[in-house]
Design a protein around this ligand. Structure first.
Ligand code: ATR
Length: 270
């Protein structure tokens, strides 16, 4: 459920998974206007739907209609996955767990120094999850530094975690000491594939993990810079995949067919 829904890749990914497991399930887009959110949640529950993904602009507003919210999602204050469980509405944030899992394919977050660019919803989900997972320090830099400050203050209030924050003029110094760089901004997203990246290869070091949440194109301008610097590129497709994989598990209780879901995404992305 979202509004406007645009061109979501989730139906392709989940329907491929259902088909491969021979499950008589279907994932369909529901455009739901903000004023209809409550009725939509109640209607889905009454209809016996197993669950939904929730996206912009409902990720925060929907909390009001949830009976039970999963720990990290409660701290983040946003959910992207609902499960209807015998009339109980459970809320989860698999953007957060998806971000963590994408990183943990290539590194260990515990004890790592993390730099996050951007301070919107995706940055918030990643920052809370990585702080909870034991990142040693987190720096949040944003075009509007005030928003980075608000996010850092909220982390201090809710987690007792003191993140650093500021504007993009601090990028150079911050990248130097980082183990993990996460770009949550839309820089480099199709059709602006030749945007100047926020961080160039000359600022990166060997072994730095560079996770660009942009997944279209799969190989963004930032990830090309990472390759040039012998850093470790992590495509946004990994987080997209894992947020879906985690949601699939929550809804179905079954082991998600990871390869099938990944192939489905890669077939439709450049
Ligand atoms: P999401 O839900 O994907 O996190 P968002 O909440 O719109 O999306 O956040 C996008 C982030 O990218 C914001 O931090 C935004 O900066 P502002 O807070 O100043 O708006 C940042 N951003 C957007 N466009 C950008 C650009 N062209 N260059 C750098 N940062 C940008």
């Amino acid at each position: 459920m979202g509004h406007p829904l645009g061109h979501s890749l989730s139906p392709i990914m989940h329907n491929a998974a259902f088909r491969s497991l021979g499950m008589d399930w279907i994932y369909v887009p529901f455009p739901v206007k903000p004023e209809n959110l409550k009725a939509a949640v109640e209607g889905l529950r009454a209809l016996g739907v197993e669950g939904v993904n929730v996206t912009i602009p409902h990720k925060e507003a929907v909390l009001e209609y949830i009976d039970d919210i999963h720990g990290t999602a409660a701290l983040i204050g946003a959910v992207n996955t609902l499960k209807f469980d015998d009339g109980t509405v459970r809320g989860y944030n698999t953007d957060a767990s998806g971000c963590l899992r994408a990183l943990e394919e290539v590194t260990s977050v515990e004890g790592s120094s993390v730099l996050i660019l951007g301070a919107g919803g995706a940055a918030r989900a990643c920052a809370f999850q990585l702080a909870e997972k034991g990142a040693s320090d987190i720096t949040i830099l944003n075009r509007t530094p005030e928003k980075a400050r608000l996010l850092a203050e909220d982390m201090a209030d809710k987690l007792g975690f003191e993140a650093s924050y500021g504007g993009y003029e601090l990028i150079q110094g911050s990248v130097k000491s980082a183990d993990i760089l996460i770009d949550t901004t839309p820089v480099g997203m199709h059709p602006h594939t030749d945007d100047r990246p926020l961080v160039g290869a000359e600022l990166m070091h060997e072994g730095l993990v560079v996770h660009d949440l942009v997944y279209n194109p799969q190989r963004t301008v930032l990830l090309r810079e990472a390759e040039r610097a012998s850093a470790i590129p992590v495509s946004g497709i990994r987080m997209l995949l894992y947020q879906g994989v985690e949601a699939f598990r929550i809804w179905t209780g079954r082991d998600p067919p990871l390869d099938v879901m990944e192939d489905a995404l890669k077939r439709v992305l450049n």
